[in-house]
Design a protein around this ligand. Structure first.
Ligand code: ATP
Ligand code: MG
Length: 287
């Protein structure tokens, strides 16, 4: 059974007004335990709206969200379970820090879950280390931190709830290259060490290729295409029609193919391009 699935979700903002939007127009998806899924799509395609349905912040006009097979809106308990097991980190989550210390901010979620002080403390310490900050940060005010550090603290607050599904809306937006790479590593490490499912939105196709197991492409409130990175990125022209850019290296491979040099697969990172070229030249793969 999928850990989380959505079945034919339909949702519009500003219902009954001239501003009514069809933000989700029949979205069905399954998310499996332990996979990293990237959600991509042009601005306004419905990514953030979909994420907010996954932890029950928004309720669809029709359709269902199932957490381990249970409709999250079927009872108060089911919705509560969903809030604690599906951790959602908004875009620019640092704007939501509000406590006087980093410790209190990270402890906020676990406290709401009704955990003991001891358990809360253990989770806060483990979460801060996950996001690569030292324990000294715990007594600082969140407002004295850099932008990248604040982002990590906000993410630690969600991780401290130990959600089965961690959802991040554009986690690397606005970060410098170092901060961005650290965050992508965090996503991978968290997924590997906890076996949790991670769903994240990104506008950067290179980042997606380096982290995701599966890619879901949204367009105008619907799923346009979904599959492995290789399956999705090989549809370069289709993605371009949706206003998305495949990585530069993928474009080069698609052009080579058009010109008669079929290297056997679509490259989406420089590393797998190098290996495909070496194989093509009969020189084997470098280790
Ligand atoms: N609070 C809101 N009120 C009214 N309409 C909204 C609201 N939030 C989003 N919309 C509309 O719903 C549609 C989907 O928006 P959504 O924010 O889910 O897209 P997105 O894919 O996350 O875009 P982006 O990449 O810009 O973050 C758009 O047409 C948007 O204008
Ligand atoms: Mg969005």
């Amino acid at each position: 059974m999928s850990v989380l699935s959505v079945d034919n979700l339909i949702y519009g903002y500003s219902k009954g007004t001239p501003f009514e939007t069809g933000a989700l127009r029949g979205v069905s998806l399954d998310f499996e335990q332990g996979e990293i899924v990237a959600l991509i799509g042009h601005t306004g395609s419905g990514k953030s709206t979909l994420l907010q349905h996954l932890n029950g912040l928004l309720k669809a006009d029709s359709g269902k969200v199932l957490l381990e097979g249970v409709d999250i809106h079927s009872s108060k308990e089911a919705l509560r379970k969903c809030r604690f097991n599906v951790g959602l980190c908004f875009q620019y989550p640092e704007q939501q820090l509000f406590e006087s210390t980093v410790y209190k901010d990270i402890a906020f979620g676990p406290k709401n879950m009704g955990l003991s002080e001891e358990e809360i403390k253990s989770r806060v310490y483990s979460a801060i280390s996950y996001v690569g900050l030292s324990e000294e940060y715990l007594q600082k005010s969140p407002f004295d931190l850099s932008g990248g550090e604040k982002r990590r603290v906000a993410i630690a607050g969600v991780i401290a709830m130990e959600p089965k599904v961690l959802i991040l809306d554009e986690p690397t937006a606005g970060l410098d290259p170092m901060g961005k790479n650290a965050l992508l590593k965090l996503i991978k490490d968290y997924n590997h060490s906890t076996g949790s499912t991670v769903i994240f939105v990104s506008h950067n196709m290179d980042d997606v290729a380096s982290v995701a197991d599966r890619v879901v492409v949204m367009n105008k409130g619907q799923v346009a295409i979904s599959g492995t990175v290789e399956q999705v990125y090989s549809k370069g022209e289709f993605l371009a029609e949706l206003g998305l850019d495949v990585p530069e290296i993928t474009n080069i491979f698609l052009e080579l193919k058009k010109n008669g040099f079929d290297l056997g697969e679509t490259a989406y990172t420089v590393e797998n391009a190098k290996n495909a070229i070496l194989r093509f030249l009969g020189k084997g793969e470098e280790i």
